[in-house]
Design a protein around this ligand. Sequence first.
Ligand code: PAF
Length: 272
Amino acid sequence: MQKFSNRQREGGRTIALVPTMGYLHKGHLSLMVEGRKRADILIISIFVNPTQFGKGEDYQEYPRDLTRDKKLAREAGVDIIFAPKTSLMYPPDYQTWVEVREVTRNLCGASRPGHFQGVTTVVAKLFNIIKPHIALFGEKDFQQLVTIKRMAADLNFDIKILGMPTVRENDGLAMSSRNTYLSPRERESALSLSRSLRRARELVSSGERNTTRVIEEIKGIIGKEKLINIDYIKICDTDNLKELKKIDRKAVMALAAKLGQTRLIDNCILKP
Ligand code: PAF
């Protein structure tokens, strides 16, 4: 992979990378379409990264279908799929980790200890292996995007990190490979997540600036759904992810919830 990328760079060609864990959906495809436009060579990685899953999480069950992914990637104009074996990414003597501190403390970082360390470690490795000029990530994983931007800046990766808007199903559900776990009843309940985010946006555009009041209303909407257990609903500064008392600057409303065993996240940007 490194030799291939070196040759492209020596030939003056630019490389775009879309890192994924596979089981591609329209959210991934939108990243690929953008990557295709922004560089000469489009590479995607498909690697279900064990180090970002905690104990009792869905590493084993995570959906995998490389044959289907290859077809979708080809249709999207992908030049190379980098799909390494786990034992090559993490040989038995592996012992190096990348940790981004402040922005990973809150939100999913609080509920999933070690998760972001796994993400930044594997993304740093992918950057060094694939050597892209630009890497594209979905805004659905907002904290992941902020964390990777921080890592790239702090560790001087010469790579542009581009966030792309969340892609949703027609009924509002944010695209996620984990949506395949949902039963029809759970899926119906899950719609309250995007509905509540829309309501938060309405509240803020009609002048509400108090985060507690917005969060309480949103908790009320989601709380009506018996199948949902809320993990967190928070309104944070988009740059440092610290919680805000007042929506007096660009903010992100981020939430995580469980439907049965399935953990879903979603977010929206609130602008005063
Ligand atoms: O967003 C994902 O699919 C993963 O967290 C990533 C960035 C591919 C790292 O494993």
